[in-house]
Write a protein that binds this ligand. Structure first.
Ligand SMILES: CC(C)(COP(=O)(O)OP(=O)(O)OC[C@H]1O[C@@H](n2cnc3c(N)ncnc32)[C@H](O)[C@@H]1OP(=O)(O)O)[C@@H](O)C(=O)NCCC(=O)NCCS
Length: 150
């Protein structure tokens, strides 16, 4: 991995972001149910999205939601989506993206970010634990709620 940076989603990167690939077995972990439920009440104005570039190459995407007034506490400061291209995984891109999200959360006055994930083989659990999230709760859909304190 060369010099990484995060940039806003734009017309020139959106196609590459939509084309980010997954490793076999990862599909089932990408969209936990809680996010689909929350999407119905989430205001697009509270969304924060960034593309991770390695040089000029799109290697990842991260989306958060920040809303001090949000009805669901876990969604007030939350990692909504993270995806690193299959060929770029295990090279620090995911951690770089989480660090960028954490910096944004701090800037907005939050003390932690949350994430909801489905535990299981092939899923993102080991990644979230490795970058500093700790399990704090479980959702009604059996997902783990992880929290990263800053
Ligand atoms: C989860 C994901 C974002 C991780 O991105 P990544 O760029 O591969 O992660 P990093 O290289 O920054 O990994 C940081 C550390 O996390 C841990 N880690 C990451 N992936 C892991 C895995 N599959 N198994 C075990 N540990 C893992 C390691 O400790 C790693 O450090 P190391 O490479 O020095 O061992 C990526 O695998 C992905 O896009 N998955 C598919 C989408 C998804 O499931 N998103 C989450 C939905 S809630």
């Amino acid at each position: 991995m060369g010099e990484m940076r995060v940039v806003e989603l734009s017309a020139s990167t959106i196609v590459a972001v939509n084309a980010l690939s997954l490793r076999p077995g990862q599909e089932q972990f990408v969209a936990p149910v809680s996010y689909s439920v929350a999407a119905a009440v989430t205001n697009p104005a509270t969304t924060w999205q960034r593309v991770v570039l390695d040089g000029d190459d799109v290697v990842g995407f991260v989306q958060g939601n920040f809303d001090h007034e949000g009805m669901d506490e876990y969604f007030q400061s939350v990692l909504w989506r993270i995806n690193v291209d299959a060929d770029a995984q295990r090279q620090g891109v995911g951690k770089f993206a989480v660090d960028a999200l954490a910096a944004e959360a701090r800037e907005r006055g939050f003390k932690h970010i949350n994430v909801m994930y489905e535990p299981g083989e092939g899923g993102p659990e080991q990644f979230f634990l490795a970058v500093g999230f700790s399990p704090v709760d479980e959702t009604e859909y059996g997902e783990v709620v992880g929290q990263l304190n800053m």
